[in-house]
Design a binder for this molecule. Structure first.
Ligand code: NAD
Length: 274
């Protein structure tokens, strides 16, 4: 498994992880157990997913030493003003004494508390309770303000990114500022994208599935990816993307699928409190 270096004290993040959004707690335990067995070592959950407990149970059942698993969770929007308490609650649900990565889930600009929340994340990081800290769904505008007002630059920004919405400008901003790009909904939520004939052609060429072609595109762009599935065969399929390489013309053909389609909300005006 490839790992990428975060901008924090030598912390390595496995480039491909396993996401558990919209997976109920018991099912998350089963899916994460399958994922660990298939070789995943990086799990992406959040307070809002209501499955931190299931993720924690799957980790304990795996028998893996703590340092072999990379576990991310996220601060929910309603908790920006109480980040340290919310973090401790997440740790308790996970049954861990530290996480590998803690993210602010959304900036919620209307609420205007993300700078306050980030200062709490800096404390959590300094106390060794999170090995790395970052953000999610931050636009250039939010990142610029954060970098200006904070002591620590976020190590990663987890954003919606797939071939139909490749986030070229934001990726360039990340690169210029030493921030890793992590792609959520990397498969476009398995909706129309995976049926695109261009992907079928590349799948035939490489003897891989359309999902594997898309995941390989992310890997070659340098994105961290966290595909989700609860189907054991797909969980296994989605990690088999390190044994082939897309040619430059394949990368360009996937790049041409950009049609500006965002599947999720626009972070500039998303202020749902859950
Ligand atoms: P995804 O792009 O990973 O798509 C998942 C869906 O694709 C599955 O439910 C299934 O229907 C299909 N699929 C998966 N593997 C397949 C395969 N091999 N062949 C065919 N179809 C397949 O979408 P996602 O769940 O939205 O995103 C992944 C993860 O990103 C989430 O689980 C979560 O951890 C994270 N996420 C974060 C945010 C955020 O705001 N930070 C938002 C959404 C998702």
């Amino acid at each position: 498994m490839n790992s990428l270096l975060l901008n924090t004290d030598g912390v390595q993040i496995p480039q491909l992880g396993f996401g558990v959004w919209q997976v109920p707690d018991d099912e998350a335990e089963r899916a994460v157990t399958t994922a660990f067995q298939a070789g995943y070592r990086h799990i992406d959950t959040a307070r809002l997913y209501y499955n931190e407990e299931g993720v924690g149970r799957a980790f304990r059942k795996s028998g893996l030493p703590r340092e072999k698993a990379f576990i991310t969770t996220k601060l929910w929007n309603a908790d920006h003003g109480r980040a340290e308490e919310a973090f401790e609650e997440s740790l308790a649900r996970l049954g861990l004494d530290y996480v590998d990565l803690y993210l602010i889930h959304w900036p919620v600009p209307d609420q205007d508390k993300y700078i306050q929340a980030w200062k709490s994340l800096e404390k959590i990081y300094r106390n060794g309770r999170a090995r790395a800290i970052g953000v999610s769904n931050f636009n250039v505008e939010h990142l610029t303000r954060l970098i200006d007002e904070a002591e620590i630059t976020p190590s990663i920004n987890q954003i919606e990114l797939h071939p139909n919405f490749p986030q070229t400008a934001l990726r360039a901003f990340h690169e210029a500022n030493g921030i890793l790009t992590e792609a959520w909904s990397p498969l476009g939520q398995g909706k129309g994208l995976l049926n695109d004939p261009a992907l079928a052609t590349l799948a035939g060429k490489h003897g891989k599935s359309p999902a594997q072609i898309v995941l390989r595109w992310h890997i070659q762009l340098g994105n961290v990816v966290i595909p989700k599935s609860v189907t054991p065969a797909r969980i296994k399929e989605n990690i088999q993307v390190f044994d082939f390489t897309l040619d430059p013309e394949d990368m360009a053909a996937i790049g041409a699928l950009n049609n500006g389609t965002r599947l999720g909300p626009d972070p500039a005006n998303f202020n749902w409190m859950g």
